[in-house]
Design a protein around this ligand. Structure first.
Ligand code: TRP
Length: 331
C-alpha cells in the first residue's frame, strides 16, 4: 500500500471565516482531502497569543470555524479536524524547538513584524505572540506534514519551520522530522472590499461565509471601484478595482470577464453592471454553504471535534515519543 502524503493546515479562531479564507485555502482543502491524509487544526492556542485577555471570543469561534469548515465541504470522514489546545504534545514540541531559534531570527519574520506593527505592540511584545512561529513549526512537524495549504502571508512560517527541521535533524543526528512545502492557491491573497491590501476579519473589510444574501449584496454595493469613473460613458480603471479582483477570483467564465474588462476600460460599462454580475456569482457560491450550515447542530460539531482531537493526539504523541528519544530524554 502506498501511504498518502500528509497535509496540515489551520486557522486562528478569532472570527468566522470569510471569502479570503475560501479562495486562499478552504477550496484547496476540500479538493485535497481526497488525495491526502489531511489534518485541519483550529489554532485556539495561537489565537490566544494576541487575544489572551479575551479567551471567550476564541472559544466561541472554535465552534464557528468548525461550522465554516463543514459548511464548505470539509468532510470529517476524510479530514481530521482538531483543536490545538487539546493536543498538549504540541506545546511540548514547541519547548524543544524554542532552543533552536534565535530572537534575531524571530524578529526578522516578516509576517510577525507586520502584525506587531498592526497591533501597535512595538516595545511591549508579548513573548507568546513573538514566538508563535515556533509553535506553528510544532503543529506542522507533529504530523510530519509535507504540504501546508495557506495564504501567502504564511510562507515565512513555512520557511522558519523548515529551518527548525533541518537544525533539529542535524543537531540530534536524525531524520525524524520532515520538511514541508507551502501550497499556495491561485488567489492566495484576496483584497478587502475597501481596496485595502488584504481581506481580514480584524479590518472588517470582508464578506463572511455566513453572511446573509442581503449582507453579501450590501457589501458588494460598497466595494471600491474606480473613484474617477463618474459617468457610465467614462473610461474605467480595471487595475485596483475590487469588483474585478473578485470577479477574477470567483468567476468561472474567464473570457466573459476579459470582455467586461475591455468594455469597462473603454467606457460605457457602469459599476452597477459589474457589481450585479459579481453578486450573482457570489450568491451562487455562498447559497449551498449557508444551506449546509443551517443543518449543523452543536452536538454534531462537538462530536466531530472530539473524535478528530483524539485521533490527532495519537499521531502527535508518536512524534513526541520519537523526538524525546532522539534528544536522549529516555528515563
Ligand atoms: N497562522 C495561521 C493563521 O493565522 C494558523 C496556523 C496555526 C497554521 N498553526 C498552523 C496554519 C499550522 C498552517 C499550519 O491562520
Amino acid at each position: 500500500m502506498i501511504s498518502k502524503k500528509t497535509i496540515l493546515t489551520g486557522d486562528r479562531p478569532t472570527g468566522k471565516l470569510h471569502l479570503g479564507h475560501f479562495v486562499g485555502s478552504l477550496e484547496a482543502r476540500v479538493r485535497l482531502q481526497h488525495e491526502y491524509n489531511q489534518f485541519v487544526m483550529i489554532a485556539d492556542t495561537q489565537a490566544l497569543t494576541d487575544n489572551f485577555e479575551n479567551p471567550a471570543k476564541v472559544v466561541e469561534n472554535v465552534y464557528e470555524v468548525a461550522m465554516d469548515y463543514i459548511s464548505v465541504g470539509i468532510d470529517p470522514n476524510l479530514t481530521t479536524i482538531f483543536i490545538q489546545s487539546q493536543v498538549p504534545e504540541l506545546t511540548e514540541l514547541t519547548s524543544y524547538y524554542m532552543n533552536l531559534v534565535t530572537i534575531g531570527r524571530l524578529e526578522r519574520n516578516p509576517t510577525v513584524k507586520t502584525e506587531i506593527g498592526q497591533k501597535g505592540y512595538r516595545d511591549s511584545i508579548p513573548a507568546g505572540f513573538f514566538c508563535y512561529p515556533v509553535s506553528q513549526a510544532a503543529d506542522i512537524t507533529a504530523f510530519k506534514a509535507e504540504l501546508v495549504p495557506v495564504g501567502d502571508d504564511q510562507v515565512p512560517m513555512i520557511e522558519q519551520t523548515n529551518e527548525i527541521v533541518r537544525r533539529f535533524n542535524r543537531i540530534y543526528n536524525t531524520e525524524c522530522l520532515v520538511e514541508c512545502k507551502a501550497f499556495l492557491s491561485k488567489t492566495s491573497r484576496l483584497v478587502g472590499i475597501d481596496g485595502k491590501a488584504k481581506a481580514s476579519k480584524s479590518l472588517g473589510n470582508t464578506i463572511m461565509l455566513s453572511d446573509s444574501p442581503d449582507e453579501i449584496k450590501k457589501k458588494i454595493m460598497m466595494m471600491y471601484t474606480d473613484p474617477n469613473h463618474l459617468k457610465v460613458s467614462d473610461p474605467g480603471q480595471v487595475e485596483g478595482n475590487v469588483v474585478f479582483a473578485y470577479l477574477d477570483a470567483f468567476a468561472t467564465d474567464k473570457n466573459e470577464i476579459d470582455d467586461l474588462k475591455t468594455h469597462y476600460a473603454k467606457g460605457g460599462l457602469g459599476d452597477m453592471v459589474i457589481k450585479n454580475k459579481l453578486n450573482d456569482i457570489l450568491q451562487n457560491i455562498l447559497k449551498p454553504i449557508a444551506e449546509k450550515r443551517s443543518t449543523l447542530t452543536p452536538k454534531y460539531i462537538t462530536e466531530i471535534l472530539q473524535i478528530g482531537t483524539e485521533n490527532a493526539r495519537k499521531i502527535a504523541s508518536k512524534t513526541v515519543a520519537e523526538v524525546r528519544s532522539v534528544i536522549g530524554l529516555r528515563y
